[in-house]
Ligand binder design. Structure first.
Ligand code: NAD
Ligand code: MG
Length: 380
């Protein structure tokens, strides 16, 4: 029985993680859950999965949760509560399914406590990849990727030596606006942006997919997870999201991982690694799909991806600033304060004003993150 803690259990990844767990009750138990504002869903999850600990977003949510579920479960809240759900239980594996760089503290705490990590929260690796990977190596903790592209690469690399990797290619569906021109993008709405063609995900990552920031975060995530130079990481547009990513080896062999787009597959693999179990996800029938399409990434059409590579190559605090500026800009877009194309403008402006710190400490990363958010909120 593997004991699991889920940070962000009420979100898209969190609920799908619980779905995977519910299909294999003899394999997994839920040690802790945590959620933000959706108290009624969190209460339902507590009743169904009976964790020992649950972390609510705020004190009010914690009180509401207490009256909904009664005694028998420890209820904590806020940032401290999240840290307790991450590090203060008997869980062996922590699924980081909260959104944004606020996942950094809990992820580091879980690694420090020796928990294996099922990593969905990519913003954490982007902000402080050097700190997270160094601590994980020191603690003998595995970072098991949940992001579909990284799970694909992780699976392609099974039994391979890292030295034999020539390049890895992350596939990108292109997001909600892949067929729109930049002129058309001037007018798009929040509702349009939230309609992803292939995946149903949380709001922030859906917007990130439309701006291609998501692929940029994933390039930096791949750099840290697999120890690759940026020159070894490519991106290719693949509208069907069937080939989840692939690796080209020194001898020219290419190994890809495929499947219908269903996050329960990479989630389950992180939970069962190195084993595989049956999955409820629908099966891939290539004859029914018939054709797959690929085309070169367009860095003029998607400048956020270019900026992500630049921030990744610059290193230091640049990726944290790129990420935090984006988080703040997306929040402003979702709030209807700025237009869709303003997201990239805000990120560019914040990166241009940023004072670079090389090899930053955790404090320096957090300071850069806070500065970038504040600056991004002020850019007109
Ligand atoms: P989501 O918005 O659906 O869920 C986020 C979760 O975090 C919710 O449970 C929410 O309650 C919780 N949360 C938010 N703010 C909180 C706070 N202040 N305190 C405590 N909890 C808080 O997001 P998602 O789409 O599930 O994405 C989660 C992470 O997984 C992101 O980093 C995303 O990039 C990554 N990811 C998601 C997908 C996907 O298919 N959804 C795929 C790959 C990677
Ligand atoms: Mg992905």
């Amino acid at each position: 029985m593997k004991r699991i803690s889920i940070l962000g259990s009420t979100g898209s990844i969190g609920t799908q993680t619980l779905d995977v767990i519910s299909k294999h009750p003899e394999q997994f138990s839920v040690e802790a859950l945590s959620g933000g504002r959706n108290v009624s869903l969190l209460a339902e999850q507590v009743r169904r999965f009976r964790p020992k600990l649950v972390a609510a977003g705020s004190r009010e949510s914690a009180e509401e949760l207490r009256s909904a579920v009664g005694s028998g479960v420890k209820i904590v809240y806020g940032e401290e509560g999240l840290l307790e759900a991450a590090a203060g239980t008997e869980a062996e594996l922590v699924v980081t399914a909260i959104v944004g760089s606020m996942g950094l503290g809990p992820t580091l705490a879980a690694i420090e406590a020796g928990k294996q990590i099922g990593l969905a929260n990519k913003e954490t690796l982007v902000s402080a990849g050097h700190l997270v990977t160094e601590l994980a190596a020191r603690k003998g903790v595995r970072l098991l990727p949940i992001d579909s592209e990284h799970s694909a690469i992780f699976q392609c690399l099974n039994g391979e030596s890292p030295a034999s990797i020539h390049t890895v290619t992350l596939t990108a569906s292109g997001g909600s606006f892949r067929d729109k021109t930049r002129e058309e993008l001037e007018q798009v709405t929040v509702e349009d942006a939230l309609k992803h063609p292939n995946w149903s995900m949380g709001a922030k990552i859906t917007i990130d997919s439309a701006t291609m920031v998501n692929k940029g975060l994933e390039v930096i995530e791949a750099h840290w997870l697999f120890g690759l130079d940026y020159g070894q990481i490519d991106v290719l547009i693949h509208p069907e999201s069937i080939v989840h990513s692939f690796v080209e080896f020194a001898d020219g062999s290419v190994i890809a991982q495929m499947g219908l787009p269903d996050m329960r597959v990479p989630i389950q693999y992180a939970l069962t690694y190195p084993e595989r179990l049956p999955s409820p996800a629908p099966r891939l029938r290539l004859a029914e799909i018939g054709k797959l399409h690929f085309r070169e990434m367009d860095y003029v059409r998607f400048p956020c991806l270019r900026m992500a590579y630049e921030a990744g190559r610059a290193g230091g605090t640049a990726p944290a600033v790129f990420n935090a500026a984006n988080e703040a800009a997306v929040a402003r877009f979702l709030n209807r304060e700025i237009g869709f194309l303003d997201i990239e403008r805000v990120i560019a402006e914040v990166l241009a004003r940023h004072e670079h710190v090389q090899a930053p400490s955790l404090e320096a990363v957090l300071a850069a993150d806070e500065w970038a958010r504040k600056t991004a909120a002020e850019v007109r």
